[in-house]
Design a protein around this ligand. Structure first.
Ligand SMILES: Cc1cc2nc3c(=O)[nH]c(=O)nc-3n(C[C@H](O)[C@H](O)[C@H](O)COP(=O)(O)OP(=O)(O)OC[C@H]3O[C@@H](n4cnc5c(N)ncnc54)[C@H](O)[C@@H]3O)c2cc1C
Length: 509
């Protein structure tokens, strides 16, 4: 007979993917025996089919901290729980095919040193020593991070579950959370299809289900599912299990050894949103049809990079859904308007490498009231009410797939879901030659150039195509006068007897 769900719990976690399970594990290790509710089987959403690459260096210190801790946790998890995790530190090699990307690798090498993660710059020849069949004519350099690696995500989730249950946590599979009980702006319980659990803390870790679940409670969780593809070759004779993972962001693909075969995955510039009419109720360990036409160009690039692939043959064509967010970053931490509700979701295909750090950080947030490291770029509180719009998330998620690879630079602009928020003078600004960029849904004039009204998409880490116009604006501000339209900024009304004292406290000068 299956165990009855408890009437009360110190905290309830919704979702038994790697993120929910890691949080359960870390709460239990801090002495909080929380309860995890999973609608089907653990890891049966997105987690089971992940490629399992664990890279640590991300584009913010906050996410790098998450990855760094995850790598440390995975090293010890198997020994602690007795459950194998398939973890190996075979390292990653990122290669550059252009000057911009080469400069980025040098900067990442520097970032790695600051974060205490050893890394080495490789010559094209050294790259070829690791991947002998690779065409390297146009390779400029490589960045090798020996402590990165790969893991079996399903086994890790089982290990985390085991480690959590050994410390008193409980896991209920085949149980669906139907809604939260919220009273006077506070969580007081969770209603499941097997009964109600009274609790004052809830973590929504429901992966791609989180958007609609949050929305039904007035909680904004901006994300939508998009398709993610990979292929796996037939067994490759002589392929060492220590083969480092290869990332070629300019060609939008990653390569890894996978039980004697090569797994190659891609992040197309424009992905495909999935389940626009909702996720099927019976979704469990499911995969999606492989769309050959959609990824053909990406596959051709892989074959050109390693012509011997032709002779190897492809054994598996895989497509699975993952949630992507409008800015490519996860949502973590307390929900501003509902006391006791937390988010850890929207992993943008980084959920395995984020998992350990996310679980640790959420456990700190839920127990101590704050995390021990800054998570500013990842805060759940950055969600704006307009981002509860499902169509907006669907349109952007398809483009967010492309944020993952390609060259990330300060002038990179989004092209989807534009024009969501416009200032009253929008048309006048356009007529005056304003070139617009998107900032949290707003169309913001960045500079004026009536002759070239289109934003330049060509990446540059130094002087930008618009730097000259910006220089002229700065000189005008110094020597003459400028008029800035900042009507898109938030307005805060501070009123009451202590208003002046409070403002003097928070405002410099
Ligand atoms: C093809 C592919 C390859 C990938 N490769 C990598 C990689 O190499 N490295 C990496 O870091 N990441 C990778 N990822 C991404 C990674 O798999 C995800 O980011 C991660 O698994 C997300 O975990 P999660 O716990 O947030 O979501 P999920 O695993 O989807 O878990 C959410 C769970 O919540 C449950 N749930 C939802 N609503 C409810 C409810 N109301 N009641 C009860 N339960 C509920 C669901 O059933 C589900 O099991 C890859 C993804 C794909 C698709």
């Amino acid at each position: 007979m299956s165990k009855a769900i408890p009437e009360t719990a110190p905290a309830v976690i919704i979702g038994g993917g790697i993120i929910g399970m890691s949080t359960l594990y870390h709460l239990a290790h801090r002495g909080v025996p929380a309860v995890l509710i999973e609608r089907r089987k653990i890891a049966s959403g997105t987690t089971w089919h992940a490629a399992g690459i664990v890279g640590q260096l991300r584009d913010s210190t906050a996410q790098t901290e998450l990855g760094k801790y995850t790598a440390r946790l995975f090293r010890d998890l198997e020994e602690e729980t007795g459950q194998s995790t398939g973890y190996k530190q075979n390292g990653t090699i990122n290669i550059s095919l252009s000057d911009v990307r080469h400069e980025q690798l040098l900067r990442t090498h520097d970032h790695a040193a600051r974060m205490g993660i050893p890394s080495h710059i490789l010559s094209p020849q050294e790259v070829k020593e690791h991947w002998p069949a690779l065409v390297i004519d146009d390779v400029q350099s490589g960045l090798f991070v020996p402590s990165n690696g790969q893991v079996n995500p399903l086994d890790v989730t089982i290990a985390l579950s085991k480690g959590a249950r050994q410390k008193g946590a409980q896991v209920f599979e085949g149980t669906k959370v139907e809604r939260l009980e919220i009273r006077d702006g506070k969580v007081v319980g969770v209603v499941t299809d097997k009964g109600i659990i009274a609790t004052d803390q809830v973590l929504i870790a429901g992966g791609m289900w989180s958007h609609l679940f949050g929305k039904s409670h007035g909680i904004t969780v901006p994300l939508h599912a998009a398709e993610h593809f990979y292929v796996v070759t037939e067994p490759v004779a002589g392929l060492p299990s220590t083969q480092p993972i290869l990332n070629i962001v300019e060609e939008r693909n990653y390569w890894k050894e996978d039980a004697g075969k090569i797994l190659i995955g891609g992040f197309e510039a424009q992905g495909k949103a999935w389940a626009k009419d909702g996720i099927p109720e019976d979704f469990e360990f499911d995969e999606l049809p492989f769309d050959m036409e959609h990824v053909e160009e990406d596959l051709m690039r892989m074959f050109a990079r390693m012509p011997s692939l032709e002779g190897l043959g492809i054994k598996t064509f895989f497509n699975g859904p993952e949630s992507f967010t409008p800015d490519g970053r996860p949502y973590m931490g307390p929900v501003p308007d509902v006391k006791g509700a937390f988010l850890a979701t929207g992993m943008n295909s980084n959920g395995i490498l984020n998992s350990g750090g996310t679980g640790l950080t959420l456990a700190e947030w839920m127990i101590d009231g704050r995390p021990s490291r800054s998570m500013a770029p990842l805060l759940a509180a950055r969600a704006h009410p307009f981002q509860a719009n499902t169509r907006y998330n669907q349109d952007r998620a398809a483009e967010s797939v492309g944020f993952h690879y390609g060259i990330n630079w300060a002038g990179r602009q989004v092209h989807s879901a534009r024009g969501v928020r416009r200032v009253p003078l929008h048309q006048q600004l356009k007529t005056a030659g304003a070139v617009m960029a998107e900032r949290i849904g707003w169309e913001v004039p960045m500079y004026y150039d009536a002759e070239n009204p289109e934003w330049s998409d060509s990446p540059s880490l130094r002087w930008k195509p618009w730097s000259e116009q910006v220089k002229q604006e700065c000189l005008a501000a110094r020597d003459a006068a400028v008029l800035l339209d900042q009507s898109m900024y938030a307005k805060i009304l501070v009123q009451g007897p202590d208003a002046a004292r409070a403002l003097n406290h928070v405002c410099g000068a």
